[in-house]
Design a protein around this ligand. Structure first.
Ligand code: IMP
Length: 206
């Protein structure tokens, strides 16, 4: 812990879109009480060999904590589409192939969903923190939605242009501002809960 900051963490994600969201959400809850370092470029990519979101989030957080000596925070996110038996699930980033772009994955999802009436889906995120003393915390966030018939909006990333949260007003996540998305999103819910756990652990200031 340094200076005024009460929590100092390194972000384990190598995905700049996810890192920006995690930063936004944690800073909105913990404000000046947190210092977040970006993932050091010289730390090798962590293989996501787990079968669950929690295992993969933990692998990333443990590896970054070990590599840096700092506390680390990671997340892993899956998209489960009911009509596809829960696919793409934990393999959401590789749905259209190993080096698939966001657009490739969205195009494959829309192809698989052609003519399908039941379009229910949910995003789930596990947020995971490992502190320098070895303490581990995790929190889960889910959001229910439907897969739209076509992509809409330029915001967000990944499957956001085709995900319409049921608690929203019919817009996709990509049509919302970042704050509107975080308010409803899987990642917003998981990291607000994680921030609560981190804040509860902070020593009282005297
Ligand atoms: P990851 O395994 O947590 O990196 O996420 C897997 C994939 O899910 C990402 O590559 C994105 O395609 C997608 N994804 C994760 N979070 C979001 C989100 O908030 N909105 C849309 N797609 C997402």
């Amino acid at each position: 812990m340094t200076g005024e900051a009460e929590v100092e963490l390194v972000l384990a994600t190598a995905n700049p879109d996810k890192a920006a969201e995690v930063r936004d959400i944690l800073c909105s809850v913990l404000g000046a009480g947190i210092v977040l370092h970006g993932r050091p470029a010289d730390v090798p990519e962590v293989a996501e060999t787990g079968d669950t979101l929690e295992e993969n989030a933990r692998l990333k957080a443990v590896a970054l904590a070990a590599a840096t000596g700092l506390g680390a925070v990671a997340d892993d996110t899956g998209l489960a589409v009911d009509a596809l038996g829960g696919a793409p699930g934990v393999y959401a980033s590789r749905y259209a192939g190993e080096h698939a772009t966001y657009a490739d994955n969205v195009a494959k999802l829309l192809r698989e969903m052609e003519g399908v009436g039941e379009r229910g889906a949910r995003f789930s995120t596990v947020a995971y923190a490992v502190l320098p003393d070895g303490t581990e915390f995790s929190a889960v966030g889910d959001v229910e939605g439907v897969i739209s018939l076509a992509p809409r909006g330029d915001g967000g990333f990944g499957y956001d242009p085709v995900f319409v949260p049921v608690e929203g007003d019919g817009r996709t996540f990509a049509e919302m501002s970042p704050a509107e998305k975080h308010d409803l999103s899987h990642r917003g819910r998981a990291f607000r809960a994680l921030a609560g756990l981190l804040a509860a652990r902070r020593p009282e200031r005297r």
